[in-house]
Design a protein around this ligand. Structure first.
Ligand code: ZN
Length: 414
């Protein structure tokens, strides 16, 4: 089978060619591919990260075509209650922090099923625009009264939006800044349509959390970048923009929300930003050595996990949550097809399909309730607490053990 991916030999943020390989994971199929049949032959891709010696950015070495990954997307934000609450709070904060008015133009890039924008619509904001390349998510946005554009966002396409609408007071991009193969074109596109006093805000998984929480499973082909604050500052400066503030947030296992404006248009919270960058340096984020230690920790956790799980017959072992990160996790931990019965996922689009690679069947929660399960592994570990609460309602005193694999293997009696 033809392996269609590119190998990137320069830094996506600063263009430097001084990049070195730091983490080599197991080859996997695409993390969101979820085959319909068990016997479908899947394409595997290498999975390596590389570190820029100039600006300190960590990125993926292999770049798979975004069209292959994002044109039909099964991840829907609206299926997670935790995420819905998060977006509600986030929307309120943006309105009060930047004094947004009902007539202001607001754009969300990669708006998914419109979960975030819907909160603005409900508050009677009139000019709510979304960009989302996934064709299967178009109608759901239209139903939510979002002016949807089914395109990939980049500098060229930003001119189309400029013609269609006014410049935007707020442009958001949540959990997408890691997914973009050409960040320069993306950022220039934002600059092109951002109001002079406008704000570009994005939330992205934070490298410091990926390291501290050992969440290496967030490394998969869709995530082309693993962002820290320091490399982003120099990146935006080079494009005539400024990072002026940031927030650290809990979502997606630890994220950073970064605020960007046109250069010189807002007060920059310099001390706050510098203190965070010092933390990044102290942790060793920009040095190869950290990633060598990290790899050792990953291997130790894998051994612990395998020792525990091999005691059980697969018919009693279930997973909970089939997020994209399951793919990296299950391949690196070498979880065999014969070790797990099935995996529950509340997203109906995933049910009756199979997990990428090992092809664990994906089932509904109702099916789990009827099973003889003894062990439930939480693969969607960033939602562990709410999943445990849900499981307790049914499985309490039924002698079921729950495993939370990260940041350290935890075994809980329900
Ligand atoms: Zn760089």
């Amino acid at each position: 089978m033809k392996r269609n991916f590119l190998t990137r030999n320069y830094c996506i943020l600063c263009n430097s060619k001084k990049i070195i390989d730091v983490l080599k994971l197991e080859e996997t199929p695409l993390a969101n591919s979820y085959p319909i049949r068990k016997n479908i032959k899947e394409q595997y891709f290498p999975l390596t990260t590389s570190l820029c010696n100039k600006c300190g950015h960590l990125q993926l070495k292999q770049v798979v075509s975004p069209k292959k990954m994002f044109s039909n997307y099964l991840y829907v934000s609206g299926t997670s209650k935790v995420l819905i609450r998060h977006f509600n709070k986030y929307c309120n904060k943006m309105i009060s922090k930047f004094k947004l008015k009902k007539k202001d133009f607001i754009l969300d890039i990669a708006c998914n099923d419109g979960t975030f924008l819907e909160f603005f619509v409900k508050k009677k904001f009139m000019n709510i625009v979304g960009v989302e390349p996934a064709k299967n998510l178009r109608n759901i946005n239209i139903r939510k009264k979002i002016k949807i554009n089914t395109i990939f966002f980049n500098e060229t396409n930003s001119f189309t939006l400029k013609k269609k609408y006014q410049k935007f007071k707020l442009i958001s991009a949540n959990n997408v800044f890691a997914h973009v193969p050409n960040l320069k074109s993306f950022a220039l596109g934002v600059k092109n349509i951002l109001d002079n006093k406008g704000v570009f805000v994005f939330e992205v998984s934070y490298l410091l959390d990926v390291i501290n929480k050992l969440s290496f499973d967030t490394i998969y082909h869709e995530h082309m970048s693993y962002h820290a604050l320091k490399p982003l500052i120099s990146f935006f400066n080079s494009l005539g923009m400024n990072v002026f503030d940031f927030d650290l947030i809990d979502s997606q296992g630890g994220s950073i929300r970064v605020y960007v404006c046109h250069a010189g248009q807002r007060r920059i919270f310099k001390n706050k930003i510098n203190n965070q960058i010092i933390k990044e340096f102290k942790r060793g984020l920009f040095k190869k050595k950290l990633y060598e230690k990290y790899y050792k920790r990953m291997t130790q956790e894998k051994i612990k996990f395998q020792r525990y799980i091999c005691k059980y017959d697969s018919k009693f072992v279930f997973g909970f949550g089939a997020p994209a990160k399951l793919t990296t996790f299950s391949h690196f931990f070498r979880i065999d097809r014969n070790q797990i019965n099935s995996i529950v996922d509340d997203n109906k689009l995933k049910q009756k399909r199979f997990s990428p690679g090992q092809k664990f069947p994906i089932i509904s929660y109702e099916k789990l309730k009827k099973s003889q399960c003894k062990v439930i592994i939480i693969f969607a570990w960033n939602f562990a607490e709410s999943i445990i609460k849900k499981l307790r309602k049914f499985f309490r005193k039924k002698n079921v053990k729950v495993i939370v694999p990260f940041p350290k293997l935890r075994i809980i009696n329900l």
